[in-house]
Design a protein around this ligand. Sequence first.
Ligand SMILES: Nc1ncnc2c1ncn2[C@@H]1O[C@H](COP(=O)(O)OP(=O)(O)OP(=O)(O)O)[C@@H](O)[C@H]1O
Ligand SMILES: [Mg+2]
Length: 310
Amino acid sequence: MPSSTMDPNNTFESLKGVYKIVKKLGEGGFGEVYLTDYTVKNASNSEQAALKEIALRGIDEEEKEECKKEAELMERISKSSTNQHIVKYLDSFMTPDHRNLYIAMDYCSRGDLSSKIKANVRSERQFDPEIIYDYIYQIADGINELHTKYKIAHRDLKPANILIALEGDKEVLKISDFGMVKVIESLNITQSHSKQCGTPRYMSPEQHALAPCRFYVVDIWAIGIIFYELCIAPKRLANEMEDLWEKVMDGQRVYLPSRYSAADTTWLNRMIAKKPDERMSADQICDKAKDPNNRNQARENILFYCKKLC
Ligand SMILES: Nc1ncnc2c1ncn2[C@@H]1O[C@H](COP(=O)(O)OP(=O)(O)OP(=O)(O)O)[C@@H](O)[C@H]1O
Ligand SMILES: [Mg+2]
């Protein structure tokens, strides 16, 4: 049975297998994530898995069951999907005293996109534009799967929720924590002392307006902000956000650094359009990110602004 401590070598047992704690990987607003050696029941060899511990402080049994159900939904979605940009959830279980919820998922050995951005900011390095287009493609491809196949919006898309695995010698980005928003919302109501859920920096204007929305377009806004953040690095997003926000609210264009084309700027502005229905779809973002010729179509510019004038 799971014990309460996450010390190395401590083991946790679920119906599916046994997790042996190796080390702590990181922590977020609602819990900590550990690297574990995971042995499936009756198997002889183990594999690496990440185990997320979420404290279910102060919520009633019914809400705890809701959290568990949501975790099971994440597991079902990630198991039935063949999309390589969605993190695979392996298992979820609660301690017998129902104090903690544990969610096991594939271990992504390269950490998360947020750490990568921070490293570039620290070392004053820019991202190679081709890498940015590739990252945006991968993120939009995973989000498109959630939107079109499973009809769910992520609603907390941010670099810390984009994990990086190494497959062969390629970095493969994996969207994590989809479905977590519902779990976190119920914790937020009761854990007033806990840190804020996620960061408001990637939240769309309609989310800031506290409109309770499950619309897909909030994720498009977040992809746009991530694109902007990657393009302006090593400048910090935190320092640029106020200006971006003012421009968007004022109906002005937000510009990328001069090394980016006018078409890239148009692309950005279509992802972070103030009006949700003017934002492009995840599928359209994939098309653009995949094909550099697409990004450079000047007529995009004209079409978008004609549409705005009409
Ligand atoms: N599957 C994983 N493989 C490798 N590292 C992981 C994995 N899942 C999480 N991590 C690491 O643990 C950190 C904490 O994750 P967690 O989701 O708890 O927090 P967060 O995303 O920063 O914030 P939030 O509480 O809003 O989700 C991540 O930023 C990442 O560095
Ligand atoms: Mg997270």
